[in-house]
Design a binder for this molecule. Structure first.
Ligand SMILES: *Cc1c(COP(=O)(O)O)cnc(C)c1O
Ligand code: SF4
Length: 345
């Protein structure tokens, strides 16, 4: 269907393919030098077909140059919890394993935007991977390994099989969870070989699919999701609440119904993190609570993600509910973290 067969990785390519006009590209100034640009063929077709909700996620704008004083380069405080390169161990029973710094697309709202991209994105070396595996093997309290990055499914099927097999061989690991946008934005990568590589004998494999707008689910994306599920992989959803993308009840409702219709279990709806140059995507928490309340009223219990905020400073995810959040001033909130602490946000 697509006549494009590669990812567009700079402003000139976006203009040449008709996704942006010259004037908007010029207005971006240095944005593309600061933050990586990539739009896959699959998403380029969706944008070309007319989807403002998808275009806003991937096409750079001058808004990204607007820094806000509260924004942080490590907005969720991962660095303090990293015992060895690539591992973040903040919760007793699970670790993040950041194996690659590249992504198939570069989202304009990314909370790791200062750490992902060609050259920036750190791909672990073989000795670093071995050290991370040693850490996992030595920590018997860890039951689940969460592969992330970047996007770990940009790796070849061979590399994924290699790492999955090694992690799967650790007796106390029950669950391998991959966080990825690949099945949706670059479904051609979901080959039979890759699907096979993801399945590890005797262990459960989950993929948390990151998608924010129902238009992302092209026929090829749907087919990739169905093939993963047919091979015994459980799919979860992960979305970010974004102004101009999905901050409307009808869109959120369609997104959740799309997930559930494909057999993807709604998992998290993230409140946007304080990443640099993302103020134009931010939705007030009060609005987020309202939208989640609308979902509860309008759609099935299967369609209810947990609305969460990653508290700045490494305090982990806190579910945002009417009970846990109090607005104490214009855009200022007091949030209970469920562990007896209150935070000002
Ligand atoms: C989000 C996150 C996890 C995974 O948390 P779940 O609630 O199990 O999805 C694990 N470790 C860190 C550091 C995280 O930020
Ligand atoms: S795929 Fe994830 S890590 Fe990569 S740019 Fe998008 S949000 Fe950031």
């Amino acid at each position: 269907m697509s006549d494009l067969d590669h990812t567009l990785t700079n402003l000139d390519a976006l203009v040449a393919y008709g996704l942006m006009d010259e004037a908007s590209a010029e207005a971006c100034g240095s944005v593309a030098d600061t933050y990586a640009v990539a739009v896959t063929a699959e998403m380029a077709e969706v944008i070309k077909g007319g989807s403002p909700g998808v275009a806003a996620q991937f096409l750079p704008t001058a808004n990204e140059l607007q820094a806000h004083p509260a924004e942080l380069s490590d907005p969720i405080g991962d660095e303090a919890h990293s015992p060895v390169a690539g591992i973040v161990h903040r919760h007793r029973d699970r670790v993040l394993f950041k194996i690659v710094g590249a992504c198939p697309v570069y989202c304009r709202f990314c909370f790791r935007r200062e750490m992902v991209g060609p050259g920036l994105g750190k791909t672990l070396t073989a000795p670093e991977i071995d050290a991370a595996l040693d850490y996992i093997a030595a920590h018997t309290e860890v039951r689940e390994v969460i592969f992330t990055g970047g996007d770990p499914l940009v790796l070849s099927a061979r590399r994924i099989r290699e790492i999955g097999t090694k992690v799967g061989a650790v007796p106390h690991i029950d669950v391998l969870r991959w966080h990825s946008r690949v099945p949706v934005v670059d479904p051609t990568r979901i080959t039979d070989d890759l699907v096979e590589a993801l399945v590890v004998a005797g262990k459960a494999t989950f993929i948390a699919i990151h998608a924010n707008h129902p238009d992302e689910f092209t026929p090829a994306a749907r087919s990739a999701c169905r093939r993963l599920i047919a091979n015994g992989i459980t799919l979860l959803s992960q979305s970010v609440l974004l102004h101009g993308v999905n901050d409307a009840s009808v869109v959120l409702e369609r997104l959740m119904r799309t997930f559930v219709g494909l057999g993807i279990n709604p998992y998290y709806l993230h409140h946007g993190d304080l990443a640099p140059g993302t103020a134009h995507f931010r939705v007030p928490i009060a609005r987020g609570l309202h939208l989640v309340g609308e979902l509860r009223r309008r759609v099935s219990g299967l369609c209810q993600p947990v609305y969460v905020l990653d508290l700045p400073g490494g305090f982990a995810k806190v579910p945002l509910t009417d009970h846990a959040v109090r607005e104490i001033g214009a855009g200022q909130y007091e949030i209970d973290d469920g562990c007896g602490q209150t935070h000002i946000y």
